[in-house]
Write a protein that binds this ligand. Sequence first.
Ligand code: NAP
Length: 246
Amino acid sequence: MSRFSLEGKKALVTGANTGIGQAIAVSLAAAGAQVVCGGRRSCDETIGKIHDAGGAASALIIDFADPMAGRDVFTGAGYDILVNNAGIIRREDSVDFSETDWDDVMDVNAKALFFTCQAFAKEALAQDRQGKIVNIASLLSFQGGIRVPSYTASKHAVAGLTKLLANEWAARGINVNAIAPGYIATNNTEALRADEARNQAILERIPAGRWGDPEDIADTAVFLSAPASDYVHGAVINVDGGWLAR
Ligand code: NAP
């Protein structure tokens, strides 16, 4: 079997109803995984795409407004792969940034991500199963950004936690890695693309000269979920059209 195949694997993708999460769910299924599409609302569109392509998918309602929402998801459920994709962003000048906008973003992007990793690993270790965790980081895991303090803090946390968890679990059969997407055309970046001046400035700085598509991220997620990446631990892989190289 190809080292890039996910035949016989079961995966949970969080935030799978749209954007990058949807593309990851579709690509994992195309590689052979049985995909559970996690979302705080319906993932019917994603599941439809997977079924249309002949893949296997089901739904799980999960809302990380409660950062511990993943605590019981993995028990006895036979998961091999966890993709922590759910994430939110709030934009405001730092002098005016509210505690709510801090807490909401940190809860979903950092706290929920950590405790979902913990719940997945507890089960995998108890069952002596191999596991693959793919966390979705950001360019703001490396750079400061502007007017997005809680997002930047949370995505730096994602990169740090990915390395820490890899250090703890690599020898125990769990790979923990992350993908740092560049500027990808999704709901998350709609406001940026609608702002002509910002859009132009962003495009001029991307060596590839275009926004990324969710599928650009999804193929890297397949690699990090597959046996092909068994010796990759604690990596944060930029998929950014060259942005960070510049
Ligand atoms: P998106 O279209 O806004 O999707 C975000 C996903 O997270 C949605 O499925 C959303 O569900 C889900 N989500 C948000 N809050 C949640 C909660 N409380 N519980 C469960 N699910 C929740 O954005 P995207 O661009 O695809 O983002 C996906 C990931 O990539 C995020 O972690 C984001 O930070 C990261 N990222 C994106 C870019 C980019 O350029 N687009 C760049 C770097 C990193 P709803 O649809 O219900 O809101």
